[in-house]
Each structure stands twice: as structure tokens, then as C-alpha cells.
Design a protein around this ligand. Structure first.
Ligand code: SAM
Length: 389
């Protein structure tokens, strides 16, 4: 009852924001507009040299970039990536541990109000078996991701972390389990977690309110990122591109936020609608819009680990490969139990792996090598932290 109140209240108080066409009005354009083309190119080059630009200039890039300058932007972003990470693509094993969630994010298919999905929570032995399988395939980073599931207690997670690190000390564990207290983050860090992914989702307070019910707080999300820093994690944040009510101003705020926070990891993917959410009728984020933001993020936070996200591969086949040419340097294939992969349905048409893990691994490696990448299964820390542990 309370939850539907939050939902109705939030939706009723909103006015519709810009859609992708008005945020990136020239993105699908190939015709030349010499004045705009030249200015965008010069701003991109200035961004590379200075690391950041004034708000108005970032906004100019977003609102005026066309296909012509995209290629230049992607080329520069790729050069920046190669300066620090060469041609390496780090492989991480993603294990989706639970689709229970106490949060009501309007965009997310596993939000608490979706009564139509079948919920699951992996047992500790299922999680450990997935880790073992991934380790035997060569993976040295395991990403345990899930909804904000209250039954995944600190003790439950800590026990698994301790077990993994005891048996496989030569590995890294990334958690992505949502908002917690400083004490909880500390406990999990001490138990063996190394990294934590918590997308800020949007750096605009107004936009945040459009995406979330009234019992979720922008300030808390940001506070959690600072807690994570305080607990000495390698911290990842990021946002969806094309989420409802996003504007070029909110995207510029995202870039400024990334610049100020300098996260070790940045996850950027397109918003994709889910048929059982309040945002079911909104259009999905676009490929080029997402690639532009990945590339800008790479230039603004040059040493970040940036995944080519599953969402990008879900809106278009080959989307992730394009991101790997536009500044991304991480891939996170799903290595959780096969019968659970479809249940982690945060958006419609999410790609799942149909090959066996081994077949998939060989195909993926061949594809990456063919495209000029170096496949890297090592722990793949942020470059400033290599050899620290
Ligand atoms: N509960 C954790 C949290 O809040 O960070 C992790 C799980 S959450 C499902 C992981 C990410 O999925 C979110 O940060 C969000 O950006 C992304 N996501 C959720 N719904 C999405 C959608 N409809 N389209 C694209 N990405 C989505």
C-alpha cells in the first residue's frame, strides 16, 4: 500500500523530460555542418589535454556531436585507454546472486513491486560452485551482484568471501549489492571484498527523484559511494544512458561527478525498458549515445576500468565490441548457474549465454583476439593499485 503510494506520488509529480533525440539531436547525422563539426572536434581535443571542460562546453559536445565526430572521439578515447591498459580486455566472472530487492527503482525489472517475476537467491554452495567453475576456466575476478536483498546478510556474504579468499587467495572479489551502512561495507571489505560497484544512476537530484520512489534518497546513494571510499574499496559508479527524464544537463552533471569522484570503475549502459515496470512505455537508450558517454568518461577518468556492458550488447549485437573500441576495457560474462540467468531480468531482451561456459570462452577469446585485443584473465586491478595487494 505504502509502496504504491510512493509510486503514484512520484509519477504524478513529474513532467516528461527530454528524449534521446533532443539530448543528442545530431547523433545520427552524417551531413557536414563545418562550424559545429570543427567546434566539437576542437572541444574533444581540448578535453583530452585538460581532462575536463566547463559545463557549457561539455553540453555543446553532447548537443552537437554527429557521426562524423564520433569516430574521432572514439579514436581518442581508445588511445587514452591504450596509454594505461594497452590492448588488454579484462575478463570478470559475473555471478548474479539474488533477484530479491527491497528497492523500488522505477526502471528496474527486479524492483520490489514487480510481483510477476520468479524470485531466487543462490545458496552459499551455489555461489561457491560458480566461483570454482569460473576459477577453473581461468577467471581471477568474481563479481557478485544482486538486488538489495535484506536476507543476504553481512554474515552470509562475509562467510562466502572468507571461503573464496582462503581457497583462492590469488583473486579479487567485486561486490554489487546496493546501499549499505559504513559498518557493513567495512565488514565485507575485511572479509575479503576488493571492489564495489554502485552506480550513482544520475548526478542530478531532480532526475534521481524521477527515477526512484520517495523512500529512496539521492544523498544516501552518494553517501554510500563515500563510505566505500572510506572502506578502501576500488569503487565503481556510473549511469544509464537514455533513462526517462534524462537531459543533456543531467548527463553533464554525470560527467562532472565522475571527474570529481574519480572512480576506479565506471559502468555505463543504455536504459532498456522492462515490461513490468512503471517505465515500460519509455524508449530505450541508443547505441551511439551510450558509446559517446563511454568515450567521454574514458577521457575524463583516463585510468578507470570501464566495462562494455551487457545492456549495450542487448540493444544491438556487437554493441559491446564497439564499446571496446571506444574506451571500454572490461567484459563481464555471466558465470552464475545457467537456470538462474534468465530470472535476473532487470530489462527486457537481456542477452544470456546459450553456449556452455567453455564453448563461450573459446568463442569470446577468438573474437577478441581477431579484433586486436589482448584477452586478460588476471585480477586486473586499477593501474594505480597494481601490485598493491
Ligand atoms: N542492487 C544493486 C545496486 O542497486 O547497485 C545492484 C543491482 S542493480 C540491478 C545493477 C544496475 O542495473 C543498476 O545500477 C542499474 O543502473 C542497472 N539497471 C537496472 N535496470 C535497468 C534497465 N532497465 N536498463 C538498464 N540498466 C538497468
Amino acid at each position: 500500500m505504502l509502496q504504491s503510494y510512493f509510486y503514484v506520488y512520484s509519477i504524478m509529480t513529474l513532467e516528461k523530460g527530454d528524449d534521446m533525440k533532443s539530448i543528442f539531436p545530431r547523433i545520427n547525422n552524417t551531413t557536414l555542418d563545418i562550424k559545429k563539426n570543427t567546434r566539437v572536434i576542437s572541444l574533444i581535443n581540448e578535453l583530452k589535454v585538460k581532462g575536463i571542460l566547463p559545463i557549457e562546453e561539455l553540453k555543446y559536445i553532447i548537443e552537437n556531436i554527429s557521426q562524423n565526430e564520433c569516430q574521432e572521439l572514439f579514436y581518442i578515447a581508445n588511445m587514452v585507454k591504450e596509454k594505461y591498459y594497452k590492448k588488454k580486455v579484462y575478463l570478470r566472472a559475473l555471478i548474479e546472486v539474488s533477484n530479491y530487492c527491497k528497492q523500488g527503482c522505477f526502471y528496474c525489472g527486479i524492483n520490489r513491486d514487480n510481483k510477476s517475476i520468479k524470485r531466487y537467491r543462490l545458496s552459499s554452495s551455489q555461489i561457491f560452485d560458480s566461483v570454482k567453475n569460473a576459477y577453473n576456466l581461468g577467471y581471477r575476478t568474481f563479481v557478485l551482484q544482486g538486488g538489495d536483498d535484506p536476507l543476504l546478510s553481512d554474515e552470509f556474504i562475509a562467510d562466502i568471501l572468507i571461503k573464496i579468499k582462503n581457497i583462492y587467495p590469488d583473486t579479487r572479489i567485486t561486490l554489487s549489492l546496493g546501499e549499505k551502512s559504513q559498518e557493513s561495507y567495512d565488514k565485507l571489505k575485511i572479509a575479503g571484498a576488493d571492489r564495489y560497484l554502485l552506480r550513482h544512476e544520475t548526478a542530478s537530484f531532480k532526475h534521481y527523484m524521477h527515477l526512484h520512489p520517495r523512500d529512496m534518497f539521492y544523498d544516501n546513494r552518494i553517501k554510500c559511494l563515500h563510505y566505500l571510499r572510506g572502506s578502501k574499496y576500488q569503487v565503481g559508479t556510473g549511469m544509464m544512458i537514455g533513462s526517462p527524464f534524462q537531459t543533456s544537463d543531467s548527463l553533464v552533471s554525470d560527467l562532472m561527478f565522475l571527474y570529481k569522484f574519480q572512480p576506479e570503475m565506471i559502468g555505463i549502459g543504455p536504459f532498456i525498458h522492462h515490461h513490468d515496470t512503471p517505465f515500460k512505455d519509455y524508449s530505450d537508450g541508443g547505441l551511439y549515445e551510450t558509446l559517446v558517454m563511454v568515450a567521454l568518461a574514458r577521457i575524463i577518468v583516463p585510468k578507470a576500468l570501464i566495462p562494455a556492458t551487457t545492456a549495450l550488447g542487448s540493444i544491438i549485437s556487437g554493441g559491446r565490441e564497439l564499446a571496446l573500441k571506444a574506451g571500454a576495457n572490461v567484459l563481464m560474462p555471466n558465470l552464475g548457474p545457467e537456470d538462474k540467468r534468465e530470472l535476473y531480468s532487470i530489462y527486457d531482451n537481456k542477452i544470456t549465454i546459450s553456449d556452455s561456459d567453455n564453448e563461450f570462452k573459446t568463442k569470446l577469446e577468438n573474437k577478441l583476439i581477431k579484433e586486436g585485443h589482448i584477452v586478460d584473465y588476471s585480477v586486473g586491478d586499477h593501474i594505480d593499485l597494481e601490485g598493491v595487494k
